[in-house]
Design a binder for this molecule. Structure first.
Ligand code: PMP
Length: 471
C-alpha cells in the first residue's frame, strides 16, 4: 500500500487491489487516484468533495448526464420486477421493446428505399462483444454463401475492442502487436487522415492547415486497389469493417465528407459485406442517430454499445439483415444455429435504461441542446488555434480531437516519453475538467446536458492546461 499520500481509505484499497485498464500501473501507483463517489448532469464528485466536469462522458459512454431522473426511475421500475433472466431460452419485455426501437432507429425513412433493412438484433455486453458477434456472423454467412475462407479488410489505425476477434481487426501496433501470435490475419486499408495526408502538399501554415488542398481522393484509390488485388487472388474480401465519420482510438480522426460513401460503394462493388462499428459514433455523438446514415450508407452489420444505455449499464447490440438471419435457419440437426451468447445477453435493467435513454435522445429538448452544444463548440474551439502547439482541431458533431504537436509549422509530433497528452490532461484535472488523451490528442466528448458555460469552461481549461505545459 502506498502511504506517501494522505489518501482516503478507498484510494488505499484501490492502490492495493485494483488493476486499471489501459493504465501503466507503475505511474498510477505514484499518484493519489481521484475516487469518484457521485455524479449529476455533466459533473462528477470525488470522495474529497471536489467537483469535475466529465469532458469525455466517462470514456464516451454517457449521453444525457449522470443521475438522470428518467433513466434512474426506468431502472428502479424494472428492478421492482426483475433484474435479470436469461435470453438463452426465454424472452423478456424490455429487450423485445428495445429491439423494436433499435430496428426503427436503424432504418430511417431518409434512406433510399431498397437499402438493406436491419431487422434483427443480437444483444451482448459491450463494444468488443458487439464487434465479435458481427465478425462471427459475417464469417459464417460468407462461408455459407460460397466463400470457404472469408477474409476481412479494416482500416489503418482501426480499433474495434479488446477481445481476440476484435483485436484481429485492429491495426494499432501499440495495442495489438503483442498479441499477433494469437490473432487471425486481417488486411489493412488506407484510411483518411487529412492532417497527415501524404498527398496533401499544402504548407502547414495556420490557415492552410485547416483548408486542405482540393482532395483527389488518393486514399480511396488505394482502398480500391486493395479490393482489386484481393480479387485477383480469387478470394474477394468477405467484409469491410470501419468506424463511420470518425476513427476514435486512432486519434479522433475525422473522415472528409464523401469518403465513407465512396469507400462503402467500392466495397459493395466488390461484393463485401459492410460492418459498421458505431460503438462511439452512434446515438447522436456525431450529430445524427447513426453516423453511417449521414453518408447514405446502410451496413449489413451495425455494432452498438457505449451510449446504448445512456452510459448506465454494460449492454451492446449487433443489428443485421433478414438475409444474414436466414443463413442461420435450418433443422436442429443441421447445426446452422449461431453458437454464441453471453450470460447477461438481453439484460432487463440494461434494456430498460436503453429504452429510457432513447426516449430522451429523441425528445425535442435533447435535439435542441445537442445543436446548441455543437454550435458552442464550433464557436469556442477556434480560440485554441492561438496555441502554438495545437496542430489540428477535429470536430464531428460532439466528438472532438485536438492534436498537439511540437511545431505546428512542420506538424512534428512529440516523443512518446514526453507524455504530453497525459500531462495536459493532468493539468486539466487540476482545473476541474476530466478527460483522457489518445497519445497527444486531447479528446472532448461532453455529455449532451453540458451547459454552454460548462462547455466554454472546458475549452478554456484546455487552453490554460496547454499554456501550463508548453509555457
Ligand atoms: N469499437 C470502438 C470504435 C471503440 O472505440 C471501442 C472502445 N473504446 C470498442 C469497439 C470496444 O468497446 P468496449 O470497450 O465497450 O468493449
Amino acid at each position: 500500500m502506498n502511504r506517501k499520500f494522505k489518501t482516503s481509505p478507498l484510494a488505499q484499497l484501490d492502490h492495493k487491489f485494483v488493476w486499471h485498464p489501459f493504465t501503466q500501473m507503475a505511474d498510477w501507483l505514484k499518484r493519489e487516484p481521484i475516487v469518484i463517489t457521485s455524479g449529476n448532469g455533466a459533473i462528477l464528485r470525488d470522495v474529497k468533495g471536489r467537483q469535475f466536469l466529465d469532458a469525455n462522458s466517462s470514456i464516451w459512454t454517457n449521453l444525457h448526464g449522470h443521475n438522470h431522473p428518467k433513466i434512474n426511475s426506468a431502472i428502479n421500475r424494472q428492478l421492482k420486477k426483475i433484474a435479470h433472466s436469461s435470453a438463452l431460452g426465454f424472452a423478456n419485455e424490455p429487450a423485445s421493446l428495445l429491439a423494436e426501437k433499435l430496428v426503427h432507429l436503424a432504418n430511417p425513412k431518409s434512406l433510399k428505399p431498397g437499402k438493406r433493412h436491419l431487422g434483427k438484433v443480437f444483444f451482448s455486453d459491450d463494444g468488443s462483444t458487439a464487434m465479435e458477434v458481427a465478425l462471427k456472423l459475417a464469417y459464417q454467412f460468407a462461408q455459407r454463401t460460397g466463400s470457404p475462407q472469408p477474409k476481412f479488410l479494416s482500416l489503418e489505425g482501426a480499433y474495434h475492442g479488446d477481445t481476440v476477434g476484435a483485436v484481429s481487426l485492429g491495426h494499432i501496433d501499440l495495442f495489438h502487436k503483442a498479441y499477433s501470435g494469437l490473432l487471425f490475419k486481417s488486411d489493412k486499408a488506407a484510411a483518411p487522415y487529412c492532417y497527415r495526408c501524404p498527398y496533401n502538399r499544402a504548407k502547414p501554415e495556420r490557415a492552410d492547415a485547416r483548408e486542405y488542398r482540393k482532395c483527389n481522393w488518393e486514399c480511396v484509390g488505394k482502398l480500391e486497389q486493395k479490393f482489386i488485388a484481393q480479387k485477383k487472388k480469387s478470394n474477394s474480401y468477405a467484409a469491410f469493417v470501419f468506424e463511420p465519420l470518425m476513427q476514435g482510438a486512432a486519434g479522433m480522426i475525422a473522415q472528409p465528407e464523401g469518403w465513407l460513401r465512396r469507400a462503402a460503394g467500392i466495397a459493395r462493388q466488390h461484393g463485401a459485406l459492410l460492418i459498421a462499428d458505431e460503438v462511439i459514433t452512434g446515438f447522436g455523438r456525431t450529430a445524427s442517430d447513426f453516423a453511417c446514415h449521414q453518408e447514405g450508407v446502410q451496413p449489413d452489420f451495425l455494432a452498438l454499445a457505449k451510449g446504448l444505455t445512456g452510459g448506465y449499464l454494460p449492454m451492446a447490440a449487433t443489428l443485421t439483415t433478414q438475409k444474414v438471419f436466414n443463413a442461420f435457419l435450418g433443422k436442429y440437426e443441421e447445426f446452422k444455429t449461431f453458437f454464441h451468447g453471453h450470460s447477461y445477453t438481453g439484460n432487463q435493467l440494461g434494456a430498460s435504461a436503453a429504452l429510457a435513454s432513447l426516449k430522451i435522445l429523441q425528445s425535442k429538448e435533447s435535439i435542441r441542446s445537442r445543436q446548441i452544444l455543437e454550435q458552442t463548440l464550433r464557436d469556442e474551439l477556434p480560440k485554441l488555434w492561438k496555441l502554438p502547439n495545437v496542430g489540428d482541431i477535429r470536430q464531428v458533431g460532439l466528438a472532438i480531437g485536438i492534436e498537439l504537436v511540437r511545431d505546428w509549422r512542420t506538424r512534428e509530433p512529440f516523443g512518446l516519453r514526453e507524455r504530453v497528452g497525459i500531462r495536459v490532461c493532468e493539468a486539466m484535472g487540476k482545473r476541474g475538467v476530466l478527460t483522457r488523451p489518445i497519445g497527444d490528442v486531447i479528446v472532448l466528448m461532453p455529455p449532451y446536458c453540458t451547459t454552454q458555460s460548462q462547455m466554454r469552461c472546458i475549452v478554456k481549461v484546455v487552453y490554460e492546461a496547454c499554456h501550463e505545459i508548453f509555457g
